[in-house]
Design a protein around this ligand. Structure first.
Ligand code: ADP
Ligand code: MG
Length: 725
C-alpha cells in the first residue's frame, strides 16, 4: 500500500492518539481507511421542501416522506397516559412545524437544543390543531454556517454514520464531516487506481481519485452518481473475479472423484418408488450423473419449487456415491427437517444395505460418540443432520458427496466447511428458488444450475383463498367438515412478540381457544419454537400418523416438512408474512392427491382491498408498492402457485438492503451494489471479470497487474490466490 495513505489517522488534524483509538475501534486505522468511510446519505436542495410546500402536499393527499430544514425554537415534554411525550418545535423561513416522539423522550431530550439546526425527514401529517407534524423522524444536525451555505449555494452535504465509539471522544456529526473533508482534500489525489486503464476507458468509468473525492464532496448529483457507478462496478467486478478464479481453480487444478453409475441398485431403488420420476427430474438427474462421472468435482445448485421432488434426486445421487464406496453427508436447516429426512431416507435406503445415521444438536453424548466413531470408521454410509455436521469433531473416512437442503438458509461459509471434510467431494445444494433465475446465474457464477420446472403429475393445484377475520367461524366449520372426511389441517400463527416468552404465551392462548371452543370436537395439538426437538419430533410423528386432526403452530413447520395427509393450511395474520415464507408454508400441503387448500386470514379491510388489485406495471411503481406491499403479497398468493413468478414479484417488492441483508441468503453483503436495481451493471462487470480471468488466468499482462495487486491486497483473505501468487 502507498506509504502516505497507510499512515495512522492519528497524524491528521484534530485527531490525536485518543481519537485514533476510537477510530480504530470501528475499523478505521489508516488514512486510506478513513477515505473509504463513505457518507451514508446526502442532503441536497432538490430533496428539501419548505414547510408551506409540505402543508400543501398533505392537503393534496400526498403521503410520502419529505425532508425539511429548520431551527429549533423550543422543546417540551409532557405526559399522556403516564407516558412521556417529547416535542420539538422548529421553524424554517416559511413557517413552524413540530417533531414528536412517543417513546424515548429521555434520549431525544438531550439531542435538541434551542437554536440548533436540523434536517428532518419523515412522513408529514397535519394534527387536529392544524400543526404540521413529523412523528419519529430521521434527523441530522447541521451547524448554522453549513445550513446557510447550503441554502445559499445548494452545496450537497454528506452525512456519515456516527458510531458511539466516536461520540465517546467528543466527535460530533459536524467535526466528523470536517475531519473527513480535510483528509479528502489532502489525500484523495494520492490513491492508486485499482482498475485497469483499458477497463476504465471501455466502460467510461471515472478514475479512483476523482471518485473518492466526489463521494465525499460532490458538486452535483451527476458527479455523485458517476462516482457511485464506478464503485459499484469495482465492487461487483472483483466479486466476479473471485467467482471466476474459484471456478477455474476447481476446473483445472483439482481432480475430483469420478464415479461409475451401477445400474442394479438404482433400478432396485426406482422400482421401490410408488411413482415415476417426472421428465424434469430425469433431465436434472442426467446432468448430475455427468458431473459425478467426470473427474472434476460437482458444484451444482438444484432449484425447484416447493414440492417438486428434489429429495429423490438427491437420493439417487447419494446412491451413486455410496455404491462407489464413498460416504455422503446431507445437511438440513432444522432438526425437525433433518429428523424427517432421516426417517424417510433410512427406510428407503435400507433395502440397498445402506447404513444411515442422524446427527443433530440435542443428542446424548454417549449416543453421539458412537455415531461419530462410526462415521470416522466408515461404517456409516450416509449421515443426515443439521449444522451439527460441520462441527470440528465430525470426521469422515471418505466423504464423497455433500447435499445441502434449503441452501438459502445456510451461509456460504457453512457450505464450504462441510465440503472441506472430504478431499474434493461433490456438492449438490438445493433450494426452492428464493431469488430469480437470472440473478442466481450471475451471483452464483461458480455453481452450475439445474432446474426442476415441473410438478409431479398427480398434484392438483392448491386452492388459495383470502378471507377476513370475520370469516373465521366459517373457516372452522370447513376444517371440521373436512376432518370428518379424513383431512388434517395446519393452523399457523405468525411470530409477533419479540420476546420468546410472550410468543409462547400467545401460541398457547390460541391453542387453548381452538381446543376448548372453536374446534372442541377435534383432536388438536400444538407445536412451537421453544419446544425441544424431541418434543417437536413426537408431535410431528403423531400428527403424521393421524393422531390429531389439527396442528397449531408458530412458524416451525415452515421448511421442508412433508405430511401428505395434511391438506389444509390456515395462515393467520397472513399480511405479516413475507412472500417466500407464505409460499413455503403453503408448500406444506398439496403433497398427496387430494385437493388441498390454503386459507390466508387477514384483517377484514385488507381482505376486501387486496382482492381488487391487478398486476399491471404501474402497480409496481414505488408509491404503490409502499402503500400496498401486504396487499400485493396476499393477492399474488391467490393468483399464482408458481414459485418462480412469486420470487419475481417478491423481488420487485423488497427494497434494497433488506432483501439479502441477512446471512441466511448465503450472499455476501454488498456495500455499493444494489442487486435489485443494478442487474445490468452486474452483467457487464461479470462479463468483464470473466473475460480477464479466462484469457489471462495468472494475471500477468501489463494491464491486469493492477487486478492482481488489488486482489492480493484487498481480497486475499477471501479467495485462494495461491496459483497467482
Ligand atoms: P421438495 O422439492 O419441496 O423438497 P420433496 O422432495 O419433499 O419436495 O417431494 C415432495 C413430495 O413429492 C414427496 O412426498 C415425494 O415423495 C413426492 N414426489 C417426488 N417426486 C415425485 C414424482 N415424480 N411423482 C409423484 N410424487 C413425487
Ligand atoms: Mg425439500
Amino acid at each position: 500500500m502507498q506509504s502516505e495513505l497507510s499512515k495512522s489517522v492519528q497524524y491528521l488534524k484534530s485527531i490525536g492518539p485518543k481519537r485514533a483509538e476510537s477510530f480504530s475501534k470501528i475499523g478505521i486505522n489508516t488514512i486510506q481507511d478513513l477515505l473509504y468511510y463513505f457518507p451514508s446519505k446526502y442532503l441536497d436542495r432538490t430533496n428539501i421542501l419548505s414547510s408551506i410546500r409540505i402543508v400543501q402536499y398533505v392537503v393534496d393527499g400526498y403521503v410520502g416522506e419529505v425532508t425539511i430544514l429548520g431551527k429549533v425554537v423550543d422543546t417540551e415534554t409532557h405526559y399522556y397516559n403516564k407516558k412521556q411525550i417529547f416535542k420539538v418545535r422548529m421553524k424554517d423561513a416559511t413557517g413552524f412545524f413540530e417533531c414528536v416522539w412517543f417513546q424515548g423522550a429521555k434520549f431525544f431530550k438531550d439531542l435538541f437544543h434551542e437554536g440548533d439546526y436540523f434536517a428532518v425527514s419523515a412522513k408529514p401529517v397535519i394534527t387536529k390543531y392544524g400543526h404540521l407534524q413529523f412523528a419519529h423522524p430521521d434527523f441530522d444536525r447541521l451547524v448554522e454556517a453549513e445550513s446557510k451555505e447550503f441554502l445559499n449555494t445548494g452545496k450537497i452535504i454528506p452525512f456519515y454514520r456516527l458510531p458511539k465509539q466516536l461520540k465517546e471522544t467528543n466527535i460530533g456529526d459536524f467535526s466528523l464531516r470536517r475531519i473527513i473533508s480535510s483528509a479528502v482534500e489532502l489525500y484523495s489525489g494520492k490513491i492508486e487506481e485499482t482498475l485497469p486503464k483499458n477497463i476504465l476507458n471501455e466502460h467510461a468509468l471515472s478514475g479512483l481519485n476523482d471518485t473518492i473525492h466526489s463521494l465525499h464532496s460532490p458538486n452535483n448529483f451527476d458527479e455523485l452518481s458517476k462516482a457511485r457507478h464506478r464503485m459499484k462496478f469495482e465492487e461487483i467486478f472483483y466479486f466476479e473475479c473471485m467467482v471466476a478464479l474459484r471456478k477455474k481453480l476447481f476446473a483445472t487444478k483439482s481432480v475430483g472423484l469420478s464415479f461409475k453409475t451401477k445400474s442394479a441398485p438404482l433400478k432396485q431403488f426406482l422400482s421401490s418408488l410408488p411413482f415415476e420420476l417426472t421428465a424434469s427430474q430425469l433431465k436434472v438427474l442426467s446432468e448430475i450423473r455427468k458431473d459425478l462421472e467426470s473427474s472434476s468435482p460437482m458444484n451444482r445448485l438444484l432449484q425447484g419449487d416447493v414440492g417438486s421432488g428434489k429429495t429423490i434426486v438427491a437420493l439417487i445421487s447419494i446412491i451413486i456415491a455410496v455404491t462407489n464406496g464413498y460416504q455422503c453427508a446431507f445437511m438440513a436447516p432444522t432438526e425437525i427437517l433433518a429428523d424427517q429426512h432421516f426417517k424417510r431416507i433410512s427406510k428407503m435406503l435400507e433395502p440397498l444395505g445402506f447404513k444411515t445415521e442422524i446427527l443433530i444438536g440435542g443428542q446424548k453424548k454417549s449416543e453421539r460418540d458412537v455415531i461419530l466413531a462410526n462415521i470416522a470408521s466408515g461404517k456409516i454410509n450416509l449421515v443426515i443432520g443439521t449444522h451439527a455436521l460441520i462441527e470440528e469433531n465430525v470426521k469422515f473416512k471418505s466423504l464423497g458427496m455433500v447435499v445441502i437442503d434449503e441452501q438459502h438458509r445456510f451461509g456460504v461459509l457453512q457450505r464450504s466447511q462441510l465440503s472441506k471434510k472430504g478431499t474434493i467431494p461433490n456438492v449438490l445444494v438445493m433450494t426452492a428458488t428464493p431469488i430469480p433465475r437470472t440473478l442466481s446465474m450471475t451471483l452464483y457464477g461458480d455453481l452450475d444450475v439445474s432446474t426442476i420446472d415441473e410438478m409431479p403429475k398427480n398434484r392438483k393445484p392448491i386452492k388459495t383463498i383470502l378471507r377476513g377475520e370475520n370469516k373465521l367461524p366459517a373457516i372452522f366449520d370447513f376444517v371440521k367438515k373436512k376432518a370428518s372426511e379424513g383431512y388434517q389441517s395446519f393452523i399457523v400463527y405468525p411470530l409477533v412478540e419479540e420476546s420468546e416468552k410472550l410468543e409462547l404465551k400467545a401460541a398457547v392462548k390460541h391453542f387453548e381457544e381452538l381446543q376448548n371452543e372453536h374446534l372442541k370436537e377435534l383432536r388438536v395439538a400444538l407445536i412451537h419454537g421453544r419446544m425441544k426437538w424431541q418434543e417437536k419430533e413426537n408431535i410431528m410423528n403423531e400428527f403424521a400418523a393421524g393422531k390429531f386432526d389439527v396442528l397449531v403452530s408458530t412458524t416451525v413447520i415452515e421448511v421442508g416438512i412433508d405430511i401428505p395427509n395434511a391438506n389444509i393450511i390456515i395462515i393467520n395474520d397472513a399480511h405479516r408474512f413475507g412472500l417466500s415464507q407464505l409460499h413455503q408454508l403453503r408448500g406444506r400441503v398439496g403433497r398427496g392427491n387430494q385437493q388441498a387448500y390454503c386459507i390466508l386470514v387477514t384483517k377484514d379491510e385488507w381482505a376486501a382491498r387486496s382482492s381488487q388489485f391487478n398486476f399491471t406495471e404501474e402497480f409496481f411503481s414505488p408509491a404503490q408498492i409502499e402503500k400496498n406491499k401486504a396487499s400485493i403479497r396476499l393477492n399474488a398468493m391467490v393468483k399464482t402457485n408458481n414459485g418462480f413468478e412469486l420470487s419475481e414479484i417478491d423481488f420487485k417488492l423488497r427494497g434494497p438492503g433488506n432483501i439479502f441483508g441477512t446471512e441466511q441468503s448465503g450472499l455476501p453483503e454488498f456495500k455499493h451494489i444494489n442487486i435489485v436495481e443494478d442487474v445490468q451493471l452486474i452483467q457487464q462487470a461479470k462479463d468483464c471479470a470473466f473475460g480477464i480471468i479466462n484469457s489471462d488466468p495468472d494475471l500477468i499482462r501489463e494491464n491486469n497487474l493492477v487486478v492482481k495487486n488489488t486482489l492480493k491486497e484487498k481480497y486475499s483473505s477471501k479467495v485462494l490466490l495461491s496459483h497467482i501468487a
